[in-house]
Design a protein around this ligand. Structure first.
Ligand code: PEP
Ligand code: MN
Length: 263
């Protein structure tokens, strides 16, 4: 169901006023974790100045250590929904278990399946039965074939609104948090009809190479990118090193648009 052979034309996914898979470039922007109303509000304010309407933020956080900040849960989703309503945005947020879908449902516009859950087939089947778009992130060490098959699990349950997201893979390299697999983008665009995003923040784990990574992603055919932005990254409760501050985000968008307008 995911393949170009099955469906030749691109799938177009409606999220708010955005037509994902049809209008490029798209941006999913927001903090790593939802920490407060003020924090999300300030990021959304900057986004809205640039016409970015897909707001991300984690309320259920898949942290490596159980002692690290686990997210605000439902309170975090309420903050996202409130800010999104203020700015006419859509909420993209991770759901980690089938059990939390019911209580999260009304606050969420796009359900994110995180890298660590790409192989959680029960979760994939559950979101496959929903009528909300799903942003499926590539597993930490998933091959492209495994990634496509994870999408197939969702499609096979009837949900046709799947967005794929490359977010870097594990390699021996330590200069970056993950290795951004640029080649996955044209391969997924060729072999599937689904929109393809690139999460440049989690791929890099650092913020000094986000602009070249974003340029590369769009040049490779990505429909959109995801990036993390925080009003004060130094005190962020997660991923402090890789989040752009508001000024860095403004400059990033200006420079990226300048680059994209040359095509
Ligand atoms: C995220 O986007 O919030 C996240 C945790 O990313 P990943 O699942 O790709 O690690
Ligand atoms: Mn993060």
């Amino acid at each position: 169901l995911h393949s170009r052979a099955f469906q030749e034309e691109n799938s177009v996914i409606h999220v708010g006023n955005e037509l994902i898979g049809k209008q490029q470039p798209q941006f999913i922007i927001g903090p790593c974790s939802v920490e407060s109303h003020e924090q999300v509000y300030r990021v959304a304010e900057e986004m809205s100045k640039r016409g970015v309407s897909l707001l991300r933020g984690g309320a259920f956080k898949p942290r490596t250590s159980p002692y690290d900040f686990q997210g605000l849960g439902i309170e975090g989703l309420q903050i996202l929904a409130e800010v999104a309503r203020t700015y006419n945005m859509s909420v993209v947020t991770e759901i980690m278990s089938p059990e939390s879908i019911a209580e999260a449902y009304d606050y969420v516009d796009v359900i994110q399946i995180g890298s660590r859950n790409m192989h959680n087939f029960d979760l994939l089947k559950t979101v496959g039965k929903l009528d909300k778009p799903v942003l499926l992130k590539r597993g930490l060490s998933a091959t492209i074939h495994e990634f496509k098959m994870a999408a197939e699990y969702i499609l096979n349950e009837g949900n046709k609104n799947v967005i794929l997201c490359e977010r870097g893979i594990r390699t021996y390299e330590t200069a970056t948090r993950n290795t951004f697999d640029i080649s996955a983008i044209p391969i997924l665009k060729q072999e599937t009809h689904l929109p393809v995003f690139a999460d440049i923040s989690h791929a890099a784990g650092r913020k000094d190479i986000l602009l070249p990574q974003a340029k590369a992603a769009f040049a490779a055919g990505a429909d959109g990118i995801m990036a993390e932005v925080h009003p004060n990254p130094a005190v962020a409760l997660s991923d402090a090193k890789q989040q752009m501050d508001l000024l860095e985000f403004a400059q990033f968008m200006d420079q990226l648009h300048h680059f994209l307008n040359r095509f």
